[in-house]
Write a protein that binds this ligand. Sequence first.
Ligand code: OGA
Ligand code: MN
Length: 305
Amino acid sequence: MALEITPLRTGPRLGAGFAGEVAGIDLTRPLSGEDVAAIEAGMDRYGVLVFHDQRFDDQTQLAFSRHFGGLEVSSAGEMSRPEERRLAVEMADISNLDAQGRLRAADDRRRLIALGNQLWHSDASFRAVPAKYSLLSARVVPGRGGNTEFADMRAAYDALDAATKAEVEDLVTLHSNAYSREQLGVRPETYGAENQEKLRPVRQRLVRTHPVTGRKSLYLSAHIGAIEGWPVPEARAFIRDLMEHATQPEFVHAHAWRPWDLVIWDNRTTMHRARRYDDRGEVRDLRRTTIRGDGPTIAQVPAAA
Ligand code: OGA
Ligand code: MN
């Protein structure tokens, strides 16, 4: 059956539209090559795709995800001890539960680190080869709050004035999980002595070009802590400015979760953030699979910071 995509956000500065709602496909069943190609084409066009009523379990979500490339192990998964994990290591646990399925304690290290998802970011931008797609499946959602918001970084780039476009064109930023958590007062030691090496900053282009569409986008993320060759305060003030620009309401789509929604986003062309909810009182169980990118945005000579 042919899949149908309806744009969720349109506007004068959103090109062909941002975020599409897809009907007419059950992703838990075997897919044809045409189905997969149609989903990829939809991703290239809309940056975010929303599917409802996709009754995944972890096995069917993993099988579906592998159509789009190799899977990445999330940083939280990589840095966790086996006894701390509730899910298989390829399933990023985007929940507020501990390994026993209880609500995480207020001072649980994993809870504090996960609060970083409330800052605008692009997944795994702290890796030399950052992520392509993220696929997030909703199993249990809270009664109130807990939306996920998405920002269109192609539209944000297009809307820059010519002088700013020229200024950002060749800039290189440094990304680390330590930089995003520092904004929340989470200290690098929270990650444990064994994980400090994984916090080493990586270099990314600030402007990247989509390999299929050729469209440029601003590659922003809360993981940015420096611009190569710039004094840190000047870099952070500029990144804040660009963040404000890129997350204006007209570039943002808010997704209100229903159980069994699946949302796929392209980390190369979008940012996202989680919104608050009562994570000490209600369960929110979302599970993410992440598709590895196919190359660095820039050569990884050792970063200066
Ligand atoms: C993620 C993420 C946001 C949310 O899964 O990568 O940032 O709303 N999630 O849980
Ligand atoms: Mn994320």
